[in-house]
Design a protein around this ligand. Structure first.
Ligand code: PEP
Length: 246
């Protein structure tokens, strides 16, 4: 049985004062049945993790470097994130692929580093609008998955998030049929690669998820939760999404 996951990605948003949102979130969901995760900016991970200690809330990073240490100014290793209190890290988010030229090979190396450091990696993939409109969605997803999946992983160490690039931060949500098609395809790919263990990997949908559409998205086959950007910034917005998953 796959445990549902409601994951929030604060992106480059959040100052110390915003940690109060995490207190509100924990108060609203003292013992959720699903897993609840917030990935704040790196500057807040340690404080967020300290605040979340003893609660059901988990704290994650938004990216990590593939190396364990070294001359990489401004970067953070997966071990550093773990040391700061993170339990998860997002890898391959489309904004990092676009802004930092991250290829599938880089994403794969980061995902492997995350798992090696004891973190659960949330590996993001998804097609662009041009790729969807030219009918190449499933080919793109197949290639991204096979090229960015780490060598060794399990349902404990890896989560896959399907995030159509055109639906992130745009207010455009993929239709339920589009979400179902890709999630069922991802599941079949994972079963092909891992056998029955492919059923243990959680699949999240991400792209303009909010209170108003969360319940119908969570009812789509093979959707085990969501990766949420904008609507994870406040407890008022994220709480109903967690409730819909619970
Ligand atoms: C995201 O950042 O991964 C995301 C899905 O953002 P939003 O929910 O704002 O579309």
């Amino acid at each position: 049985m796959r445990r549902k996951l409601a994951a929030g990605n604060w992106k480059m948003n959040g100052l110390g004062a915003d940690l109060a949102e995490l207190d509100r979130l924990c108060a609203a969901h003292p013992a959720p049945n699903c897993e609840m995760l917030i990935c704040p900016p790196a500057t807040l991970i340690h404080r967020a993790a300290t605040l979340a200690e003893g609660t059901a809330l988990r704290i994650g990073g938004q990216d990590c470097h593939a190396a364990t240490s070294g001359a990489h100014t401004g970067d953070l290793s997966a071990e550093m994130l773990r040391d700061a209190g993170a339990t998860h890290v997002i890898t391959g988010h489309s904004e990092r692929r676009a802004d930092h030229g991250e290829t599938d090979a880089i994403v794969r190396a980061k995902t492997e580093a995350a798992i090696a450091a004891g973190l659960t990696a949330i590996l993001c993939l998804g097609e662009s609008l041009a790729e969807r409109e030219s009918g190449r969605t499933l080919d793109v997803i197949r290639a991204q998955l096979s090229d960015s999946l780490p060598e060794d992983f399990s349902g404990e160490t890896l989560v896959v998030a399907y995030e159509p690039v055109w639906a992130i931060g745009t207010g455009k949500v993929a239709s339920l049929d589009q979400i179902a098609e890709v999630h069922v395809f991802l599941r079949s790919q994972l079963l092909e690669r891992l056998g029955a263990d492919g059923d243990l990997i959680r699949l999240l949908y991400g792209g303009s998820v909010k209170a108003a559409n969360a319940a119908e998205i969570f009812a789509v086959p093979e959707v085990d939760g969501a990766l949420v950007g904008g609507a994870s910034l406040t407890a008022a917005d994220f709480t109903p999404i967690v409730t819909a998953l619970d």
